[in-house]
Design a protein around this ligand. Structure first.
Ligand code: NDP
Length: 330
C-alpha cells in the first residue's frame, strides 16, 4: 500500500524533495469500518497553505504524516451497514492507495448524472466556490462587467461561464495564449488578457472593460489584484477567493496604495472560504448540474495518471500546467 507523506515544509515553490513515498501494509477494516481504494485525487492550490506551520481555517499538515485532499474512492470491503461494496464515496481522504474509514464525512457519489471526477471539480468544491462566491459576495447583475483572474482554472472557468449565463460582459485573465483562446472559444468569454505577456495590466484591463469592472473575481492576488482595483466602478464588488501568486512567497509584498480607490468608489472587498456557505451546497450543486444538463456550463480537466504522480500534479498548478480542474486518476 503506497502512501505519500510531507517530508519538509517548502520555503518557496514546492518540489518533489518535499514529499516522501513509503510502503505500508494494506489496512483491514474493523467493525463499523470500510476499506477504500483511491480512484481520483484532487490537487488544489490551498494545500500549499496547509504545508506551512501556521494557524488557518484548516489545520496544517504534519511533517512525516500523510497528506490529504478531496478524493473519490471505491468501497472494496465493508463492515458498515451504510455502505455497500462497489459504492463510491467523496471526501477528505489521505494520499494512500488503500485506507479504512468509519464513513464520517464521506458522501456517496455515482456516475448516473455526471462522471465521478466531476464531483471533484465543476460539481464539487471548485464549482461551488465559483457559484457561491459570485452569488453571495459578487451579487452579479445582468449587464454588468465581470473580470475573472485564474480564468482558465477550475474555479475561474466556471465563474466566467456563470457570468455569461447571467448576461454579463466577461473578461478573463490567464497565463498563456492557448488558455486565453480557449476561454473565449469554449467558454464564451468576451475578451481575455494574457498576464504573462502584458506589461501594463491596469491599461489592459481598462481596454478590455470599456465600461469599467463591476465585479472582480480574484483567484490570484498580488499585482493583478492591484491593477483590477484601479479599474473598479462605483459600488463594485471584489471577491477575494484566492491569491495563488502569493502562496509560495515567504514575505508578502505590499502593492500600490489603493485605499482612495476603494473609498471614492464605495467598493466592497470580501474574502471567504467556500465552507462559509456549506448550508447552500445542495441547491448550488443542483443549479450547476442543471446548467450542465442544458449545455450552458462546460468544464475542462487536466487528468494525470498514476498515484506516484500526485505531488508533481500539485506542483504543476504553480506553473499553470493545468487547464480546468487538475485531477489524478489512480
Ligand atoms: P486552478 O485550476 O485555477 O489552478 C491554478 C492556476 O493558477 C494555474 O493553472 C495558473 O494558471 C494560475 N497561477 C499559478 N501561479 C500564478 C501566479 N503567480 N499568478 C497568477 N496566476 C497563477 O486552481 P483552482 O481553480 O482550484 O483555484 C483557484 C484559486 O481559488 C486559488 O487561489 C485557490 O486557492 C482558490 N480557491 C479558494 C477557495 C475558497 O474557498 N476561497 C476554494 C477553492 C479554490 P495560469 O496559466 O493562468 O497562470
Amino acid at each position: 500500500n503506497k502512501v505519500i507523506l510531507l517530508k519538509n515544509r517548502p520555503k518557496a515553490k514546492p518540489s518533489l524533495q518535499d514529499f516522501d513515498f513509503i510502503e505500508e501494509e494494506k489496512p483491514q477494516p474493523k467493525e463499523g469500518e470500510i476499506l477504500l481504494k483511491t480512484k481520483y485525487v484532487s490537487v488544489d492550490p490551498y494545500l500549499r497553505g496547509r504545508m506551512r506551520d501556521e494557524k488557518s481555517y484548516i489545520a496544517p499538515f504534519e511533517v512525516g504524516k500523510p497528506l490529504e485532499s478531496g478524493i473519490i474512492a471505491e468501497v472494496i470491503e465493508t463492515n458498515n451497514k451504510n455502505f455497500q461494496k462497489g459504492d463510491f464515496v467523496n471526501g477528505m481522504l489521505q494520499w494512500k492507495q488503500f485506507q479504512t474509514s468509519n464513513g464520517n464525512g464521506l458522501n456517496k457519489v455515482d456516475n448516473k448524472n455526471a462522471p465521478l471526477k466531476a464531483y471533484l471539480g465543476v460539481l464539487g468544491l471548485t464549482g461551488l466556490t465559483a457559484y457561491l462566491g459570485l452569488e453571495k459576495i459578487g451579487k452579479l447583475q445582468k449587464g454588468e462587467t465581470l473580470l475573472v483572474s485564474g480564468a482558465a482554472g477550475a474555479v475561474g472557468s466556471v465563474a466566467g461561464q456563470i457570468g455569461k449565463i447571467k448576461g454579463c460582459r466577461v473578461v478573463g485573465i490567464a497565463g498563456s495564449e492557448e488558455k486565453i483562446d480557449r476561454i473565449q472559444e469554449k467558454f464564451g468569454f468576451d475578451d481575455a488578457i494574457n498576464y504573462k505577456t502584458t506589461d501594463n495590466m491596469k491599461m489592459a484591463i481598462a481596454a478590455a472593460c470599456p465600461d469599467g469592472v463591476d465585479v472582480y473575481y480574484d483567484n490570484v492576488g498580488g499585482d493583478i489584484l492591484d491593477a483590477a482595483l484601479q479599474n473598479m466602478n462605483k459600488y463594485g464588488r471584489v471577491i477575494n477567493c484566492g491569491a495563488i501568486s502569493l502562496y509560495n512567497k515567504s514575505e508578502i509584498p505590499t502593492g500600490p496604495r489603493v485605499e482612495t480607490t476603494l473609498i471614492k468608489n464605495s467598493i466592497l472587498m470580501q474574502g471567504f472560504t467556500v465552507r462559509d456557505f456549506v448550508k447552500d451546497f445542495g441547491p448550488a450543486q443542483q443549479q450547476l448540474a442543471k446548467w450542465m444538463e442544458a449545455d450552458k456550463l462546460e468544464y475542462m480537466e487536466t487528468v494525470v495518471e498514476g498515484f506516484e504522480n500526485i505531488p508533481q500534479a500539485f506542483i504543476d498548478l504553480f506553473d499553470g500546467k493545468n487547464k480546468g480542474k487538475m485531477i489524478v486518476v489512480v
